[in-house]
Design a protein around this ligand. Sequence first.
Ligand code: SF4
Ligand code: SF4
Length: 311
Amino acid sequence: MTEETLTDTEKDFVGSTDKNPSHIMPKKLTLDSRLKFSCHPGVPCFTACCHNIKIILTPYDILRLRQRLHIPASDFVTQYTQPTYLEKTDMPGVQIKLREDTGGCPFVTPEGCTVYSDRPSACRYYPVGMADFHEGGTDDAEEEKFFFIVKEPHCKGFEEDKEWTVREWREDQGVDVRDEMNKEWLRLVMRRKSFGHQASLSEAAKRMFFMASTDLDSFRNFIFNSSFLETYDVDEDTLNAIRDDDEALMHFSFRYLANTLFGAQGMKIKKDKLDAKIKEIKQRQDESLQKAEQEYLELKAERERMLKESK
Ligand code: SF4
Ligand code: SF4
């Protein structure tokens, strides 16, 4: 087992998965590291952590919750969430809207979480956060990933006797599945965080990111009822999958966003559209060249006239 200490930069970065960065334990853990923790209805603080917290929802969280509640994504977003910005970027997202009277999550009761098997990713991570410094899009950089403990002062779960490895805890909480479902989307946010101030993101791009991240029904409508399919070449199998399958559509939306927001590979523009675009660019270049030539000739004529007058 290797346990290193978190640097200040890492502490800042890992804020993505914890609830309060000041409660991060300063040790890097591996999957084989051990922790003593248990959360169950018998702990004196039961449901305390479901109050006065910020729970950011990923696209997969929204998909699962709105399926659980049998309501359209737009209704879920309106009723249960409020807007926020993701990871100190200008990327718009949503967080759970807490109840005004109690400050509690709308899904908590004295008996516990009413959507437990579909609870958001953030609710599953605690008390084991994960930092993934790899943003390049491949999965061969295990050394850039580590785990850490978040210990909220009010949490009595650490006083329980149950012991786990980080691996066992993550399996129990279903975190691996969530990581897989969230990873491409998180990479988009992290990319924006890395390059943020060096590149501007248009309002239209932000709106598209928000729509695709929070409302797959509207994103599907955009794919099938706009000029999207006249512009992009999407193979028949993918089209059939994204027509009815929300998970397939969600993964497709990540690919589309990576392409339109950051120029990543993965989307093919139709040849006639590409040719038309190239023609348009060339025409603009020709026009600029002609204009520059014209300006040069006018300037030259003006100079000759002045020279003549000065003789
Ligand atoms: S979704 Fe469930 S676990 Fe998460 S804060 Fe709400 S009640 Fe608690
Ligand atoms: S504060 Fe800790 S022990 Fe208490 S309910 Fe929340 S996670 Fe469980």
